[in-house]
Design a protein around this ligand. Structure first.
Ligand code: PAF
Length: 273
């Protein structure tokens, strides 16, 4: 595995490769969810590139940038064992200069739900992902459905800017008890971890209701909120794949989302139906 720390090192590593390039952008603290993305990239491409970069522009002031988990040695090992060909591991000065051109998220879809809770977050995500795509020039890029709004906005950016790559969405990976894997789960103490199960439990309830024929969004959201008690819920939302709020579930075109704080940790989860 080649570790490239600069744009030039990355280009040198990739210029000798032929065929398709599968790309998994990450912020490190890799877990099984990332492994699933890397494994898919490995199966479907000639070359696999993973980036690890804790992107400062997607953190709001007061968010967990400085304490975001960093596990360089373990992450490098995971990449190596997963058959990654090139690990891109830039520092902030490689990725950003001063007074730069930036991508801004769309006015509506970029500023609802996660974008309302974290205004400007998606500007940072889209800017760094654009830079990473231009550096890696992937054939396919792999993203988890857990960050559903991020996935949707990145897919939209690729379309809006006529970029020549395919975005591959991958299912959320869960612990046996339902907790969606997230790098932020390490912040949870044992009792918070138990409380965090309310997120996936509320989504399970939503799925059950839909299977039983309850399609009205308000009825589903009310039952989800009951399960989420007493967590500090930021939102429970039912949207279509274009992230428009819908009054009734449309099977095959619906995402049910939840964001809540467990202690001081902000968690998100969703189910696609
Ligand atoms: O999902 C993430 O880990 C990040 O938002 C991403 C896509 C790597 C951009 O920094």
């Amino acid at each position: 595995m080649i570790i490239a720390r600069s744009a030039q090192e990355l280009r040198n590593a990739l210029d000798s490769k032929t065929g398709s390039v599968g790309f998994v952008p990450t912020m490190g603290a890799l877990h099984i969810g990332h492994r699933t993305l890397i494994d898919a990239a490995r199966r479907e491409n000639d070359t696999v590139v993973v980036s690890i970069f804790v992107n400062p522009t997607q953190f709001l002031p007061g968010e967990d940038l400085s304490k975001y988990p960093r596990r360089e040695e373990a992450d490098f090992k995971i990449c190596e064992l997963s058959g990654v060909d090139v690990l891109f591991y830039p520092d902030v000065s490689t990725m950003y200069g001063r007074d730069e051109v930036r991508i801004t998220a769309p006015d509506v879809r970029g500023y609802i739900l996660e974008g309302a809770s974290r205004p400007g977050h998606f500007d940072g995500v889209l800017t760094v992902v654009m830079k990473l795509f231009n550096l890696v020039r992937p054939t396919r890029a792999y993203f988890g459905k857990k960050d559903a709004q991020q996935l949707s906005l990145i897919t939209q950016m690729v379309g809006n800017f006529f970029m020549d790559l395919t975005i591959v969405p991958m299912d959320t990976v869960r612990e046996n008890d339902g907790l969606a894997l997230s790098s932020r789960n390490v912040y949870l103490n044992p009792s918070e971890r138990t409380e965090a199960l309310k997120l996936s439990a509320s989504l399970k309830r939503a799925t059950k209701l839909v299977m039983q024929g309850t399609l009205e969004s308000d009825a589903i959201k009310a039952q989800m909120l009951e399960i989420l008690e007493p967590l500090e819920v930021e939102y429970v939302a039912i949207v279509n794949r274009a992230f428009e709020s819908i009054g009734r579930v449309e099977i095959g075109n619906t995402i049910v989302l939840v964001a809540a704080r467990v202690g001081s940790t902000r968690l998100i989860d969703n189910v696609w139906m």
